[in-house]
Design a protein around this ligand. Structure first.
Ligand code: URA
Length: 434
């Protein structure tokens, strides 16, 4: 068996066998197969796709490419949550402390930004001192201590995914149902939580642009989770505009903190409540998702969720003074306003363009070794459905390099589609699959 023939077979649209998939994942994990051959295979998979059996075999090969973690030292039903990736999606920072405050143990490994979407780990690193690389024992101890820990994916967990994720990010091979589902589910299964709540994003700021693709992705992931004996629920949620107003690492953590203080934007608050409601239900703390949402609302309104987030910061070495003093976040040196080019209703927002603009201003990576400017990003002053006058402020760009900030502000003018008649923005939760 050799890699050339595997690439050729997939390029011609044929299904790969379990042995061929195991060969490619095993060889890439060990460093025996170079990035350029894997890039070619990823592109062939992107165009020719994989069937259900190949996707299942790929997920398992990736799951066993590293360590499979035993979370049994943690009492209770451990619930994991994962988003397929969006723009301004800071839901984990809100939903995880809410669910933990309701007694659901959350042992979560999160990722970094991918393509035009952000990642929870990059966001958390904008809190000075916050350690995302903990040992497995510290991770488990923290969950036993405070009911919550969020760490970055270790080299040992789904090792193949860590390498593939970074390679896909820079080879335009992210948006494929088999590659996304195997990437997400291999990590979820290797981590060993008892239940998984998936937030499958759909729309102009998601990898899945239309409902059918998002539904297919959700269904594949739910089937893989169930085949592994885990309670798995997927929500398909709207990503036709950024969630909340902030896009970019520290800007998003500030917005998540505002939300935990009951002062956040309505869309992110509602989504976090519904998702944490499902997490509470999946964790057996409520008989229904609706009852879970009521418990979530109580945890939010009472301040218990904010308190849990504070405990999380402290237990992972961060400075919790940041909760009350946002000046402790990294600060941008250049700020530029973006103004509406015409008058009317904002009927749609090119959310991928906003994600790319945020990446261009420094909040994401263009190459896998790039460092991130944690202070940079975009704040939307107006959202879909809003009426704007010509020349009124619609967004603000934050960054460190003046000419890049100016350039990104120019790009952003085109992200807002302003029309004469009003169009109702699409709803937030599109479907639930369980
Ligand atoms: N999130 C992941 O973990 N993997 C993907 O491929 C996309 C989003």
């Amino acid at each position: 068996m050799n890699m050339y023939n595997i690439i050729l077979k997939k390029r011609e649209g044929k299904a790969l066998t379990k042995e061929e998939i195991d060969f490619f994942i095993g060889g890439y994990t060990k460093g025996d197969i170079p990035d350029y051959q894997v890039s070619a295979l990823l592109m062939a998979i992107y165009f020719q796709k994989m069937n259900h059996e190949e996707t299942y075999n790929l997920t398992n090969a990736m799951k066993y490419s590293g360590e499979v973690i035993d979370l049994s030292p943690i009492n209770g039903v451990k619930v994991d949550k994962h988003s397929t990736g969006g723009v301004g999606d800071k839901t984990t920072l809100i939903a995880a402390p809410i669910a933990a405050a309701c007694g659901v143990p959350i042992a979560k490994m999160s990722g970094r930004g991918l393509g035009f979407t952000g990642g929870t780990i990059d966001k958390l690193e904008s809190i000075a001192g916050f350690r995302t690389a903990l040992s497995k024992d510290d991770f488990i101890d923290n969950v036993n201590k405070i009911g919550l820990s969020i760490i970055s994916q270790t080299e040992e967990l789904a090792t193949a995914d860590k390498k593939l994720y970074a390679l896909r990010d820079v080879t335009a091979t992210v948006e494929n149902i088999s590659l996304i589902s195997s990437s997400i589910m291999s990590k979820k299964l290797a981590l060993g939580s008892d239940a998984i709540v998936l937030d499958v994003k759909c729309g102009s700021g998601a990898f899945m642009k239309n409902f059918q693709d998002a539904y297919d992705l959700a269904k594949v992931m739910v089937d893989i989770g169930k085949a592994d004996g885990k309670k798995t629920i997927a929500l398909i949620t709207n990503m036709d505009q950024p969630l909340g107003r902030a896009v970019g690492n520290s800007l998003e953590v500030i917005e998540a903190l505002d939300t935990l203080k009951n002062q956040g934007p309505d869309d992110i608050t509602q989504l976090a409540l519904v998702l944490s409601g499902y997490m509470i239900y999946a964790g057996g703390k409520s008989a229904t998702p609706h009852g879970g949402r009521d418990m979530a609302l109580n945890a939010l309104e009472s301040g218990r969720a904010l308190e849990k987030f504070k405990e999380l910061i402290e237990v992972q070495g961060g400075d919790s003074k940041i909760i009350d003093d946002y000046s402790l976040f990294p600060q941008s040196s250049y700020i530029k306003e973006v103004y509406a080019l015409s008058e009317g209703y904002i009927n749609s927002i090119d959310t991928e363009l906003i994600g790319m603009a945020s990446l261009n201003v420094g909040a994401g990576r263009k190459r896998k070794e790039d460092a991130i400017d944690l202070s940079s990003g975009i704040v939307l002053n107006k959202k879909a459905g809003d009426y704007v006058e010509k020349g009124s402020q619609i967004a603000t760009v934050y960054g460190s390099i003046k000419n890049i900030v100016d350039e990104v502000a120019k790009q952003l003018e085109k992200a807002f589609n302003i029309e004469n008649s009003f169009k109702e923005p699409s709803k937030l939760i599109l479907s639930v699959i369980d």
